[in-house]
Design a binder for this molecule. Sequence first.
Ligand SMILES: Nc1ncnc2c1ncn2[C@@H]1O[C@H](COP(=O)(O)OS(=O)(=O)O)[C@@H](OP(=O)(O)O)[C@H]1O
Length: 352
Amino acid sequence: MESSSSKMSHVSKRNESEEYRSDSEIDNKLKEIMSSVLGKKGAAVTDLYQYEGFWCPLARLEGTLRAQKHFKPQPNQVILSSFPKSGTTWLKALIFAIMTQSHVSEPTNPLLTRLSHECVPFIEFDFRSSSPKLNLDVPLVATHISYTSLPKSIINSGCKIVYLCRDPKDVLVSTWHFIRKVLVNEEFSAVRDIPLEDAFEFFCQGLSFCGPYWDHLLGYWRASSESPERILFLKYEDLKNETGYWVKKIAQFIGYPFSLEEEDKGVVQKIIDLCSFENMSSLEVSKNGMIWLEKNGVNTMEIKNNTFFRKGKVGDWKNHLTHEMAMQLDQILEQKLSGSGLTFNVPLPSIR
Ligand SMILES: Nc1ncnc2c1ncn2[C@@H]1O[C@H](COP(=O)(O)OS(=O)(=O)O)[C@@H](OP(=O)(O)O)[C@H]1O
């Protein structure tokens, strides 16, 4: 794995020479990455390529390069960033509901008939070209891109970023289940049927989609420590335990605070109820709908919406990982995060 300092040199190189790449230069860059770095098998994903210190499947890598070139934040843009399987589907819905709070009880609320992934696009998927797929007029987009590789247009705009992470043991288990359900085609059977023990080993080596997990966290954690007014760092576990507190906190942070009147009318609770696992997973669109992954404007893979909802619980890893596996991952994490001030067993300090 690369050290943080070599990652930094990647960043400055991109700033100088790669920020204004043309699309054909992006194609060449992709070929270069594919030929210079061996695609590696990782924790329950297809071949991974390393770019700026992070492991990425090719389609995501292409999307990342195109987002670096094309994505221009709107005024008052809010960016939701997360490590995959940390609760993105939930947080997309919560922030979308916060930003459209006057519609929360309306039967036409898009969150009742669309998966939150349709309401809030991923910049590395849906901004392959300069035009977004949906125009819902809400300046909210999401990404799994590491802080290192975020488009400089985002960093320089000073727009608000809300970052979400989760206990890696639950992330690993959630990913493993997701891949088993999502990779229906036989061509993916070797990846789909990977034993959890192998996925665990890959994850511990940092070889996972968007991994190394700890480097993803640390990039946003450090940026958030340096600019707390710009980046709000959240954990799934805190959001589960104190949803009301964090919904108000997020609303205030992104510039959509609740008035006392709204609070008295129960708007916060309505948002929480709308976006709860129980409600979201029981909607018709979640049970029977599907979304398509696109490549160059062509639908390439369908995903059933119900694969984004499994248990929605803290600590389900206990039903899948042995005590030894849990200890090993905890130890790796403790070592990787040491000195950063970020821990996983103690709740983040909250300013009330
Ligand atoms: N509303 C709500 N509340 C709480 N938890 C929820 C909610 N919606 C989805 N989930 C759980 O989040 C896990 C999926 O993570 P992501 O949404 O980040 O997946 S993805 O990266 O967007 O593919 C996955 O976790 P696991 O159940 O542990 O697999 C989902 O069940």
